[in-house]
Ligand binder design. Structure first.
Ligand code: ZN
Length: 501
């Protein structure tokens, strides 16, 4: 039995290594690779993903998992061995439904589409991508069809990102969220706008990056096990628990754009760096769902990074870095500026209150593309129409509209966006639970001590990796399943105070 378990670990480690190598190639493509390397890179990643997939569906792996059933049933569910067998079986049963040739074709397709998107976006040229995006929709449908669910065509794709969720459950969650958000957005819009001149000016790129890195380090990002590089669309990626990387972008005319992106990606990286070292090279060594992952990035970006306490500590340091630009700015003016609520075009720039409206637009469009009620060629018009109706603004070009997010141009359509809103909801739920357990957290943040919060997150969320599902993690950490109440309470209290509602 022990030899079977060791054989399982060995096989999973090989699959993990192949996946990590493909991720490294993908990181390189998004950071340093010369533009003309794209075609060859696409082929290289497709080969690695195909080999990884072949190993993931090897009949020997299936037989091994069968033989390990009795060991699993004798062990506590929470033990490392039982968890690994359980998660490996789930992954195996999913993987065997997908032909290797499909995975290779999809990988090569998305690699070339990513390259095309990178060039089309600056030129706002959506039309050029239509045929390739139509193929993505077709491949996404084909992928979903391998998992006959009986529900919406998006259901399997949603379930892989946020296990247990469906198009119907997410739609109903979003309906309640919208009911809470729309009146808040309306009440804020009736108040006087906040002046954000303090954030604008000319801020040296290298200083901004250095400041961002110092904040990342202060909140707990271990740079001996990570690094930060520049890219177009920031992301976090991991090759092992000891090599977790973040990327950022930088605009010289805005002092916070790069900073909040860095804090966000650091939140993801803290999760991955905090996974139990014993899980290394197994499928347990990654965050459990997109929603829980996003809860960590949004918790650090917003509940910590946009809090008054955080800036009590960091604002003097930022002013030292940019004494000319920020000499006349008070911490309070800065705090209000970074929390200005205004309908905007770009999701990643959106304030906390309107952010989820951007997510809901994408979620609904994904469902419509998949069920055929929206054609790819009509996507820009549908996108603009939703921005007009939900946020009362219309993108002047596709770069700030339908081309802004990398997601649809590098992966399946479906299951890509709901996790962002689920993450926002969970971020407040987790933060509340942390403060209930450690009431000194807000005070600690104001004095630059982030380890109280990080330790709570590590103990209650990070270390478990994928050992538990999102719902199990949420119930263990907070005592209840996902609830929108803490999140709406948080927004109403914070923005009620800022805007005098
Ligand atoms: Zn994120």
């Amino acid at each position: 039995m022990t030899s079977d378990f060791n054989e399982l670990k060995k096989r999973l480690a090989e699959i993990n290594a192949l996946g990590a190598a493909a991720s490294l190639l993908s990181w390189d493509q998004a950071t340093y690779m010369p533009a003309k390397g794209a075609a060859a890179r696409g082929r290289q990643m497709a080969v690695l993903r195909e080999i990884a997939h072949e190993r993931a569906i090897a009949p020997e792996l299936g037989e091994l998992l069968c033989r390990l059933e009795s060991l699993e049933s004798q062990l506590p569910r929470e033990s490392f061995e039982a968890s690994l067998i359980r998660v490996a079986r789930r992954d195996y049963q999913r993987a065997i439904k997908i032909p290797s040739a499909f995975m290779a074709a999809f990988s090569e397709h998305t690699s070339s589409l990513y390259d095309a998107w990178s060039r089309a976006r600056p030129e706002s040229d959506f039309a050029r991508l239509v045929p390739a995006l139509e193929r993505t929709v077709a491949l996404s449908r084909e992928y979903s069809a391998y998992f006959k669910s009986g529900g919406h065509v998006a259901d399997p794709l949603i379930d892989f990102s946020d296990e247990g969720m469906t198009a119907a459950t997410v739609s109903s969650l979003f309906a309640s969220l919208r009911q809470g958000l729309v009146p808040l957005v309306r009440d804020i819009a009736a108040k006087q706008d906040i002046n954000v001149a303090a954030l604008k000016g000319r801020f040296d790129r290298s200083k901004q990056l250095a400041f961002g890195e110092s904040v990342a380090r202060a909140i707990g990002y271990d740079l001996t096990r990570g690094r930060q590089d520049l890219t177009r669309h920031p992301f976090m990626t991991k090759f092992s628990i000891d090599d977790v990387r973040i990327t950022t972008r930088c605009r010289e005319d805005d002092v916070t754009d790069s900073l909040f992106s860095t804090i966000h990606e650091t939140g993801h990286a803290l999760y991955e760096q905090g996974i139990d070292a014993a899980f290394e090279a197994t499928p347990l060594a990654c965050g459990t769902s997109i929603g829980v992952h996003e809860s960590q990035s949004r918790l650090w970006e917003n509940l910590v990074g946009r809090s008054r306490g955080f800036w009590e500590y960091f604002f003097p340091k930022l002013r030292n870095m940019f004494p000319q630009q920020l000499s006349g700015v008070s911490p309070e003016v800065f705090y209000r500026a970074i929390n200005r609520v205004v309908p905007s075009l770009v999701r990643t720039d959106a304030d906390e209150v309107t952010y989820n409206l951007h997510v809901m637009i994408r979620f609904d469009l994904e469902l419509a593309l998949l069920d055929g009620s929206l054609a790819v060629k009509d996507l820009p018009e549908a996108w603009n129409e939703r921005y007009r109706s939900d946020l009362s603004i219309v993108p002047p070009n596709h770069a700030e509209g339908v081309l802004q997010d990398v997601h649809w141009y590098v992966d399946f359509i479906g299951g890509q966006f709901q996790g962002y809103a689920i993450g926002n909801i969970l971020s407040a739920q987790f933060f509340n639970a942390a403060v209930r357990s450690q009431p000194s957290i807000p005070q600690d943040i104001a004095s630059g001590r982030f380890d109280t919060l990080l330790t709570w997150l590590r103990t209650n969320i990070h270390r478990f990796g994928s050992q538990f599902t999102a719902d199990e993690i949420t119930r263990r950490a907070t005592g209840e399943s996902l609830s929108i109440t803490p999140y709406l309470d948080y927004l109403r209290k914070k923005y009620g105070e800022i805007y005098g509602l």
